[in-house]
Design a protein around this ligand. Structure first.
Ligand SMILES: [Zn+2]
Length: 297
């Protein structure tokens, strides 16, 4: 009897109302104190973080200096990545090359959506999440391809595409693919083969600023060597200013669009050229979009 009363008193003393949410949940005092402090601290820190985030977002949203032509985020400046300051969209993570391509299709005569995409048979090599939704609904047929990925319609090598009949593609898009391919000239020849006469390949490649001649080194197989030499672990070359010559040498008619193709206010608004140049020696500050057309007939 006596022992039971002591036990009951001890239990009662060890329990007290848990006050945070007003409900009278009971928990041991020894636990409640520590946990309460931890919860209060966590909540304070959460509130602090939310306030900071809201203030930062407000700061970034005004004035409307820049706008993403893909997701329409607008604000003071874009985000930065490891190499390129203020060039990455905060919302959709578009880069200069994505926005340059979209703005070209929006407004450069001869290479618009209507000219190249609407009702066309499109083969998209190494498709990207930003560009697929823009192309797919407009094309008459839209297929994706990649050498390594398994989420594409075709698993093929860009330099050897036997499953793609000659002349069966109106538009082939390969953004930042050729720097991964061991034989880039053979890749260009194979693109030419699958295109219909008058068809176009839209190509982009990382290009070291002010590098005249494209160069690669097949003996470099170590990922770290490639990273140091070409800027990424799986790149086998770095392209130079001779990219149009290379495309012409296999039979393409080439048109190059870059930031200089647009009025200054458009370049600044959509950030088609980095507002702050990258200091990385292998960086491509000057992005170009190559429209490689297979001659008619
Ligand atoms: Zn965006």
């Amino acid at each position: 009897m006596y022992g039971g009363a002591v036990r009951a008193a001890c239990v009662a003393a060890a329990l007290r109302p848990f006050p945070r949410d007003g409900r009278q949940r009971m928990m041991p005092a020894t636990m409640a104190g520590g946990q309460e402090v931890r919860m209060a601290t966590a909540q304070k820190s959460r509130i602090g973080k939310n306030v900071k985030l809201k203030l930062r977002n407000l700061y970034l949203r005004f004035p409307k200096n820049v706008e993403c032509n893909i997701c329409r985020w607008s604000g003071r400046h874009f985000n930065s990545d490891e190499w390129h300051p203020q060039t990455v969209c905060w919302k959709c993570r578009s880069l200069v090359r994505h926005r340059l391509l979209v703005e070209t299709l929006n407004r450069i005569e001869g290479v618009t959506w209507k000219d190249l995409v609407d009702g066309k048979r499109v083969l998209h090599f190494s498709p990207e999440r930003l560009t697929t939704p823009l192309l797919q609904p407009r094309a008459s047929s839209y297929k994706t391809a990649d050498f390594l990925r398994t989420d594409t319609d075709l698993q093929i090598d860009l330099t050897n595409m036997p499953s793609v009949p000659s002349g069966s593609v109106d538009l082939l898009l390969a953004a930042d693919v050729l720097e991964h391919v061991p034989d880039h000239l053979q890749g260009m020849r194979e693109i030419l083969r699958v295109l219909a006469p008058g068809g176009t390949a839209i190509l982009t490649v990382p290009q070291q600023d002010n590098l005249e001649k494209t160069w690669g080194d097949p003996s470099l197989t170590d990922p770290q060597d490639r990273l140091r030499t070409f800027g990424q672990e799986d790149h086998v070359r770095i392209f130079g200013n001779d990219m149009p010559d290379l495309l012409q040498s296999v039979g393409f008619q080439v048109r190059v669009v870059d930031a200089d193709s647009f009025p200054k206010d458009v370049v600044q608004k959509y950030v088609l050229f980095p507002p702050v140049l990258s200091k990385h020696p292998l960086a491509t500050n000057h992005r170009r979009v190559f429209f490689a057309k297979k001659p008619e007939g």
